[in-house]
Write a protein that binds this ligand. Sequence first.
Ligand code: BES
Ligand code: ZN
Length: 640
Amino acid sequence: MSATSELLIGAMAFLWLVQGLPGPRLTSASEAPAGPPARGDVHTLGNPDQIRVTHVDLDLTVHFDRKEIAGVAILDFERQPGVGADVPLMLDTRGLSIVAVGTRASKADPLGPFAPAPIQLAPADPILGSRLSIKLPPDARQVRIEYRTAPTAGALQWLEPALTAGKAHPFLFTQSEAIHARSWIPLQDSPGARLTYSAVVRVPKGLTAVMAADSLVKPEEAREGVFRFAMPQPIPSYLIALAVGDLAFQSLGPRTGVWAEPSVLKSSAHEFADVEAMVASIEKRFGPYRWGRYDILVLPPSFPFGGMENPKLTFATPTILAGDRSLVSLIAHELAHSWSGNLVTNATWRDFWLNEGFTTYLERRIIEDLYGPDRAEMESVLGLVELHDEFKDVPPKDQVLHIDLTGRDPDDGMNRIPYEKGALLLRTMEKKFGRDRFDNFLRSYFDRFAFHSITTADFTAYLKDHLLLGPDDAKAIDLGAWLDRPGLPAGFAEPKSARLEAVDRTAKGWLDGAIATDRIDAKDWSTHEWIRFLQAMPEKVLAAKLAELDRRFGLTDRGNSEIAHQWLLIAIRNDYAPASARLKSYLTTIGRRKLVLPLYKALLATLAGRQQAEAIYATARPGYHPITVDSVDRLMKGAK
Ligand code: BES
Ligand code: ZN
């Protein structure tokens, strides 16, 4: 069959194309009929409710020179009962070049040939990408797709050596959540459709590939640049993850360890020394860790997020390497996703709060267990401040947990509301029912839904059957108000921190002139207390007072990324010139969206700041991840 041969099947209105080996990308003129959305997931073009992909076997070759992954994906699938033989398999793709597609009858014969299959690649939707439809012969059990990723693939960041810690080798990492897996693998990219996978990854000699999966590599293969992985637990597609670079490993405990570039390995291992204890902490209350190993990969500073809960291997920003373990709640958070998120998964992106709200609650339980209630409470209070700030910026219809994201990119629904409002719902239930009862409920919830994807309605049904049993319980926990109404319901369990209140008094005294700068007693302040102090500053503070603070506490030179962030916000608002070099180096070395975006926003408030922002961004932009670039671009355009 030649690459350009076309096959018209029956007397239909649309065109099916058969692609041979190898050939140019073909697109058809019109679209295949839409499949039903997967359990209400409006962000997939796949049809897992009709034909469910259950396993993918990947063979990926990583080409740094072309910024391309050349892939072969062999998909196993199951036709659901009652689904007619004429229904094609529908997959999500975005920007993929499809080289060849074939089907075969049985996976029993691994060497059996794949027969070329008729396909359709629909025109691209700007958010969802292109549906790939594959006609299946009645006896087909597997499809094989040979493809190449686009250099602009949303899930991939290709880093030049200059953007790594070691500056000598290139680096690649993936970020598939929410709907970016489709930009590097053709599959049903819905969190409601779980699958297992296996992978062979071929990389240039000297580099190491890691995946969020079990590693099956043999040393002699690794020397040749060939790595093998398996993920035997069924996971949603957004948890498929790969990184390639100059990586080294250090063990932290019997089942925990850290991967990082060699020059940051030691500091990373020091920062994460408590991780084994974190696993034990959550296990004793909420059930076993079901994923085997728990490792952490420290990425280069352009990683756009704080952390990503890729199973067995959390991806983390190096901006949490503070030296004093004060920012490890992020690790507690990503680890907690091993229960809430990876084990029990949001079935659609409108149920995202089931992932993030539960996880934020569990994160703080871990922090309490390891570092005490004071610290957990400080983190809850700081979270509540972020939530109130978010409410100021977000329209009422989006201040709900069960958010309607139809027609929007699910990444746009990612603000503090699902995290903090979600966590407060759980906290409020804990206070109402008591910790023991609530813990038992959560544990049974994880057991009941382990390795399943569930909707908000599945959760509320379970809650009503297992916790809200008394006649007044439903009144005390007004689910409608939490899930479907804006703001916070009356009677939510408000966190309080005496230590942060003491900081507030100090800040007020200093601002009023009642406390002189050299009388501020901050020698025992934690990172959290510093953040609170700096957040307590009003819009305008006299430059002379800032200079005093800076002289006494060395704020411009602080290495802690969160404290530096708060200080730089103040410096921008007050045109505090001594911090401008630090601001520039901060924005050009860190690409974590949460840390850089508010700084650009603050700069854009004045004309001089705007010029500074443009100059810095011109230098910084090539080093940012597409996700950060997209956000900053939009901010800059909006401000014009
Ligand atoms: N799963 C999220 C990251 C994410 C969410 C990526 C949605 C893409 C789309 C992760 O668990 C997370 O919440 N990370 C936070 C840190 C956490 C401590 C709040 C982040 O990166 O800021
Ligand atoms: Zn999270």
